[in-house]
Design a protein around this ligand. Sequence first.
Ligand code: FE2
Ligand code: FE2
Length: 143
Amino acid sequence: MTDISTFMTTDHKSCDNTFVEFENAIAAENWSELTVSWKLFSKQLAHHFKMEETVLFPEFESATGMTQGPTAVMRAEHEQMRGLITEIETAIEDKDADQCQGVADTLMIMIQQHNMKEEQMLYPMADQHVDSNQVIASMKSIL
Ligand SMILES: [Fe+2]
Ligand SMILES: [Fe+2]
């Protein structure tokens, strides 16, 4: 049996690995590789956010009654990250490697801080309060 912490931390690592490929492509100014790795990363991250926002966070909120707590902070941070994602997409369209690198560095720091909060606080709390198996099954059904 796997728990929410393990399942979601594994998904964070998978996103991180693709992000490293993207950063390497920026450093090499390899635009075809950069476009491929960016599309994959943005798709993986959007899917991760969707699992959290449509399954995990609502389940956490209804189980704990906490709607203005950690999930509200996490949702707000997802919005900030979506803003950076839009900036990176513009930089890719403009083939502006410096801008791409700059925003990617900011996004990387934000993701690391965000993921640490989820892994150290939100996911363990979720495992204590919700039916982990059922929530994981619901998240796995998210396309
Ligand atoms: Fe998140
Ligand atoms: Fe997450």
